[in-house]
Design a protein around this ligand. Structure first.
Ligand code: ZN
Length: 103
């Protein structure tokens, strides 16, 4: 590899790393409300390690949804700004912990 090629490869790797970092920072700085809304609009289950298809406007894929305890299932029907964000986050945490415990 010539110096020039090496330099170009290095630069590319660096740019990739910067982009990755920026993504992480953006995810960290996202408000619970923005995150809940983004996940609500998404067509993939937001549970880490799941990612199954879900309908837009649903919180989770049906499999995750039905593995929630009943009171959590009921609580994600709260409205945005009236407890939905917190309920959604609690439910996601619960599902991710369940997943981790199984694997
Ligand atoms: Zn899921």
């Amino acid at each position: 590899m010539s110096d020039e090629q090496e330099h170009a490869a290095l630069l590319k790797a660096l740019q990739k790393a910067v982009l990755r970092e920026r993504k992480d920072v953006m995810a960290l700085s996202e408000s619970p409300r923005a995150r809940a809304l983004r996940e609500f609009e998404s067509t993939n289950c937001p549970v880490e390690g799941c990612g199954a298809a879900k309908a837009r406007g649903q919180s989770f894929c049906s499999r995750c949804y039905f593995s929630l305890p009943k009171e959590m299932r009921d609580s994600i029907y709260k409205r945005f700004g009236s407890g939905y964000e917190e309920a959604h986050e609690d439910a996601r945490d619960f599902l991710e912990q369940e997943r981790r415990a199984k694997s």
